[in-house]
Design a protein around this ligand. Structure first.
Ligand SMILES: *[C@@H]1O[C@H](CO)[C@@H](O)[C@H](O)[C@H]1NC(C)=O
Ligand SMILES: *[C@@H]1O[C@H](CO)[C@@H](O)[C@H](O)[C@H]1NC(C)=O
Length: 361
């Protein structure tokens, strides 16, 4: 009888713990803090409807990001389709659009194609950068690296030719650029209104250095020690970092993105047919730290991953040395205008694209 009772007890325990586990997991799932992140319909955002301002502000204060959904004339599957078609082109063809670092016959240094370069750590991606310019600015004759960077900021796009889909590709991504640019502008306006400084948008008037980056993250066959998170030993394909300006991100249906909340990294639900919007440290600084630049990372996942970030940047000549309230910013200890800041920042974040020393005097 005793053993029978014991067995019964064990069975009961197992049943109860399975049930509790179920409850706990379900409960945990619903308790992801990110179920509280705002999701804003595009039409209200682009119409500058003030009813969304408190939602955006609250999400940016608590989480550092929010979603935009229901975007007219935007089809994420179509973008993904053309992105994949481009990256599937033969390497020899893609290299025709490569930045000068990888194709010395070319003049483009930032827009265009960047092949996978095996550097240390987690930089392991193929890139195609698209900007807002179709006309090449005059080359700078001055030896000043800042003037060289000013030309780079306005560098014209390098569109793929002879692919059989070049017209649709251009149309899809030009439209994609405009949609994101619109979203980013509307977000900055909303934040400016909420913080009592609607003139914040003036610093983005030109935003000539903005970039849409098509990205392919191939699967890695080996793991190196630099890919482990210092936070919790998870294997990463993008190390923990904060962005710098304004990011409008499409992750499609890909898992992997995680964001820090209350000392723990949580999965960020994919953007699917919409976008994830976050700001970076420079904007946090300019906004007097009233909204946060979320720290995030990408977990290594065992398949090919694509994403399209869009970086919406202040104008080249925008003052970044003072915050909206007139305080000196952290960036302001070293830089007056955005271009100066970018001269130091860009080579660090894009070592695979920029030629060594191109921005040194
Ligand atoms: C703003 O959006 C709300 C909610 O959809 C709507 O009721 C209101 O009429 C809109 N305001 C303006 C000025 O369009
Ligand atoms: C979106 O694009 C995909 C892939 O190109 C296509 O199959 C689908 O019909 C499109 N959806 C809409 C609503 O246009």
């Amino acid at each position: 009888m005793v053993s029978c009772k014991g067995a019964l007890l064990a069975w009961l325990c197992a049943a109860v713990s399975i049930y509790l586990g179920y409850i706990c997991n379900t409960h945990l799932y619903f308790r992801s803090p990110f179920s509280g992140v705002a999701s804003i319909p595009y039409t209200l955002l682009s119409a500058s409807n003030v009813s969304i301002d408190p939602l955006i502000l609250a999400s940016m204060k608590q989480f550092g990001f929010f979603y935009v959904h229901h975007i007219p004339n935007y089809n994420s599957s179509q973008e993904l389709d053309y992105l994949q078609r481009f990256f599937k082109l033969p390497d020899t063809q893609k290299m025709r659009y490569a930045v000068r670092k990888h194709n010395p016959a070319n003049t483009n240094v930032y827009r265009g194609y960047g092949p996978v370069v095996e550097t240390s750590g987690t930089q392991y991606k193929e890139i195609f950068n698209i900007g807002p310019h179709e006309v090449q600015p005059e080359q700078s004759t001055s030896g000043d690296p800042l003037e060289r960077l000013r030309v780079i900021s306005r560098e014209r796009n390098v569109w793929p030719q002879d692919t059989g889909f070049e017209e649709e590709f251009q149309e899809v991504f030009r439209r994609g650029f405009q949609i994101r640019s619109n979203i980013a502008r509307s977000v900055i306006k909303s934040i400016g209104r909420s913080l009592g400084h609607p003139e914040l948008i003036e610093r983005f008037k030109e935003s000539e250095f903005s970039t849409l980056g098509l990205r392919k993250y191939p699967m890695r066959t080996s793991v190196n020690e630099k890919m482990y998170s210092v936070h919790d030993d998870v294997v990463l394909s993008e190390l923990e970092h904060e962005d710098s300006t304004v990011t409008i991100l499409a992750t499609f249906n890909n898992p992997g993105l995680q964001a820090l909340y209350d000392g723990v990294y949580w999965d960020v639900p994919p953007s699917r047919d919409g976008f994830i919007v976050n700001i970076g440290t420079l904007i946090e600084d300019i906004a007097d730290n009233q909204i946060i630049a979320v720290r995030h990372r990408v977990k290594q996942i065992n398949h090919l991953r694509y994403s399209i970030p869009f970086f919406f940047n202040p104008s080249f000549d925008a003052d970044i040395s003072t915050s909206i309230s007139g305080r000196q910013t952290t960036a302001g200890t070293n830089y007056k205008i955005f271009g100066e800041w970018m001269r130091d920042y860009l080579p660090v974040v894009e070592p695979g694209l920029l030629e060594d020393g191109i921005l040194r005097s």
